[in-house]
Unconditional design. Structure first.
Length: 135
């Protein structure tokens, strides 16, 4: 799957989302810095834990899907997560009490066969963690 490599993260100063390239570096005072470089070249300091990569996919409404997004597909609520040993994006089910997942492209393609199951981004883990809590 060929996709555009880009990231998003929450700005430290305004807590708003910024999109672009991601860099991590150490400044002259030995502080780790995490930045998203916007399209206009501005370096935005971001909260490391909020940085997520674009999956290359969009939801049924054309919204880009990023790591950390929460998807609804029918009655299922899933979290998009990067699983490092597999080097792939996964959708993870938290309803079972443990992380169980399936590769995002496979989940996405299986659910596209029925209009009722088209995935939709309904939030993200940083702004809407309550969406993952058991009811």
């Amino acid at each position: 799957m060929k996709r555009e490599i880009k990231f998003r993260g929450k700005r430290i100063n305004t807590r708003g989302w910024i999109y672009g390239g991601y860099i991590e570096w150490t400044d002259s005072k030995r502080n780790k810095r995490h930045q998203i470089v916007s399209a206009n070249g501005y370096h935005n300091d971001v909260i490391k834990e909020t940085v997520g990569q674009f999956t290359g996919l969009t939801d049924k409404n054309g919204v880009e899907i990023y790591e950390g997004d929460i998807l609804r597909s029918g009655v299922l609520i899933k979290l998009v997560k990067w699983i490092d040993p597999e080097s792939a994006f996964w959708v993870v089910d938290y309803d079972s009490g443990r992380e169980m997942g399936v590769e995002l492209p496979r989940f996405y393609l299986e659910k596209r066969t029925s209009e009722e199951y088209f995935s939709e981004v309904i939030g993200n883990i940083h702004d809407n963690p309550e969406l993952l809590r058991k009811k």
